[in-house]
Design a protein around this ligand. Structure first.
Ligand code: FAD
Length: 411
């Protein structure tokens, strides 16, 4: 593993820093209006594309920068440092849909879709999970029969993030019900405006409606949209999941460092009386509490450990071209740590957590954010953090992967 940066990488960092400072959006994103958020994210993505900063590690022929994954990581570090807005509605296309197409799609599929993702023209979503197939993804039941040069799809997906604003979906369907279950699955690019698709948003406890149920009633998808060949979808899905678990959360891992520093700033500005009630004139802050300070400094040490694990994982991916099962170590550590940091935030912010109108809170406040703004964001993210040990494979599934594929333990 090499975690020192070359002079070229340092120069890249300086260029990224200067560009972000001059170009990151200064207005807060419209968090509680999904259509407006989509438009904001696409416009920001387009600006990055025009500046030459989209798809840092994607091939140049599809509009990427053709740089290494290490430069991608440096970009994310600078992105977090600048508190630039994360275009979360574009997560699937940029972080695992696009990378899967690069690894597995035909030249025509790549030439059509990849530039559109990078130019900020389209939103992608992921149709993998079903009511009876989450951790056990190979149990999926959504059926597709071949009719001429089309697949005809019927069934249901659930937890499809951003389905209501997406143009395209990475869709897993069962194309051979008689084959062993991993062998009868296909991975298709589904146009979300196809007749027969019904999207029903699900409201979460954070007030979001990012998740959806998606119903398919004899939806016709051209066979030309199948990636990797009919009945070969499990292999393609494994490559999607390896990107989703391996590199997709790099930006969030880097952002956690920023969050811990923000939380320290919040602790230093939060009046504190321990188990008692703060009296007028009390000068103590949460930072003055030994136990709170111990937990904050432990979190600071842990994000440094996370950073080292991330470098190691990126360094390994650079050699092999695809994230390995070891990425589950980083994913597990990150997701549990994210919950620990937000639980600590809830302790520090205290009952004020209940005072905010979460619908109006910015998910990732921009540069120059006030302590009040950061406190509101922590309240909101506390609720979101419950999902982090479920998304992209639950923590138990990550432990199974580590046990079986990294440590070689029996199933
Ligand atoms: C924020 C977020 C975004 C998501 N976005 C999408 C999306 O865009 N598209 C999509 O397709 N899906 C999405 N999902 C769904 C996600 O992939 C599933 O929730 C996840 O795979 C778990 O499946 P499940 O919810 O059916 O739980 P289940 O699989 O029913 O698991 C229930 C519990 O049993 C445990 N468990 C299950 N099997 C085992 C086992 N073999 N060993 C030990 N423990 C086990 C699990 O850890 C969990 O605690 C999203 C989820 C979240 C939280």
């Amino acid at each position: 593993m090499d975690i020192t940066f070359s002079p070229e990488e340092e120069a890249f960092r300086q260029r990224a820093r200067a560009w972000l400072e001059a170009n990151r959006p200064k207005d807060p994103p419209p968090e509680n209006d999904l259509r407006a958020r989509r438009a904001y994210d696409l416009a920001w993505q387009r600006r990055m594309y025009e500046g030459g900063w989209a798809g840092i590690s994607w091939p140049r022929e599809y509009g990427g920068r053709g740089a290494s994954l290490m430069e991608q990581l440096i970009w994310f570090e600078e992105f977090a440092r600048a508190r630039a807005h994360e275009p979360t509605t574009l997560f699937v296309g940029l972080n695992h849909g696009g990378p899967t197409l690069i690894a597995c799609a035909s030249d025509e599929q790549k030439a059509y879709h990849l530039p559109r993702i990078l130019r900020g023209e389209v939103v992608w979503c992921q149709g993998f999970s079903e009511p009876g197939a989450g951790s056990d993804l190979a149990a999926l039941n959504t059926r597709a029969v071949i009719d001429g040069d089309h697949l005809v799809v019927s069934g249901q997906k659930i937890w499809t993030s951003f389905a209501q604003i997406a143009e395209w979906q990475e869709l897993l369907v069962r194309t051979d019900p008689d084959a062993p279950r991993h062998k009868g699955i296909s991975w298709a690019i589904c146009p979300m405006d196809s007749p027969g698709i019904t999207v029903r948003p699900i409201r979460t406890m954070a007030g979001h409606q990012d998740f959806c149920e998606v119903f398919y009633d004899e939806v016709r998808i051209p066979l030309a949209n199948v990636v990797g060949g009919i009945n070969n979808g499990w292999k393609v899905a494994m490559s999607t999941l390896s990107f989703e678990r391996g590199t997709a959360f790099l930006a969030e891992q880097v952002r956690l460092t920023r969050l811990v520093e923000d939380l320290i700033a919040v602790a230093k500005a939060t009046p504190w009386a321990g188990a008692g009630i703060v009296q007028p004139g009390d000068a103590r802050t949460a930072w003055d509490d030994d136990e709170i300070r111990r937990r904050l400094l432990l979190a600071r040490a842990e994000v440094e450990a996370l950073r080292a694990m991330t470098y190691r994982s990126v360094s390994r991916t650079l050699r092999t071209g695809m994230p390995s099962s070891e990425a589950s170590l980083t994913r597990l550590f990150f997701s549990e740590m994210q919950q620990r940091v937000h639980a600590l935030a809830a302790t520090i912010v205290g009952p004020a957590l209940l005072e905010f109108d979460l619908g109006d809170v910015e998910m990732h406040p921009g540069a120059g954010a006030s302590v009040k703004r950061m406190r509101e964001t922590f309240a909101f993210q506390y609720l979101l953090a419950f999902a982090s040990t479920i998304a992209a494979g639950s923590k138990d599934i990550q432990r199974n992967i580590i046990g079986e594929r990294v440590l070689g333990l029996p199933r």
